[in-house]
Design a protein around this ligand. Structure first.
Ligand code: FES
Length: 157
């Protein structure tokens, strides 16, 4: 009499355990392979271009404020011209929103005046101002990679 048990189809317990161990090993290898796929993609975050068009000057009537949402920049228009102020809080990078007094950060309460100067909270630096210039086709663009001194404006001609 044999001590190897077999079911009705003829698979022994030893064969079943061997297949289960093999299947488990294959699953573990597939899991390890799938886990290693995350290293194929770089963890470096590539930002989009720092220069972006905002349209023609006539799109910004005097006294208006527009936020370019996907670029996190406010465009202001006053009697003298246009200017661009970053909407990114200098504390930890949350997006500020405009208030009566200037700007407020929703994360840790930093407050900025209308020129982006820090007037409260933990922000270490004022909001950045960016250069606005005009392309040959007449469209305006903001260069968010080029900070300019506070008060720098694109002057209406
Ligand atoms: S991120 Fe704005 S106050 Fe902290």
């Amino acid at each position: 009499m044999s001590n190897v048990t077999q079911d009705k189809e003829g698979v022994s317990r030893r064969d079943f355990l061997g297949l289960a161990a093999f299947g488990t090993a294959i699953l573990a290898l597939l899991g390890a392979f799938a886990g290693s796929l995350r290293f194929v993609k770089s963890n470096v975050y590539y930002e989009g271009a720092k220069k972006f068009k905002i349209g023609k000057p006539e799109n910004f009537p005097v006294g208006t404020t527009k936020k370019i949402d996907d670029k996190n920049v406010f465009i202001f228009s006053d009697d003298n011209g246009l200017f661009a102020i970053s909407a990114i809080c200098t504390h930890l990078g949350c997006i500020v929103y405009p208030t009566e007094a200037g700007f407020q950060c929703p994360c840790h309460g930093s407050k900025y005046d209308e020129d982006g100067k820090v007037i409260g909270g933990p922000a270490p630096r004022p909001l950045e101002w960016f250069e606005i210039n005009q392309e040959v086709d007449g469209a305006l663009f903001v260069d968010a990679g080029k900070a300019v001194p506070k008060g720098t404006k694109y002057l209406f001609s």
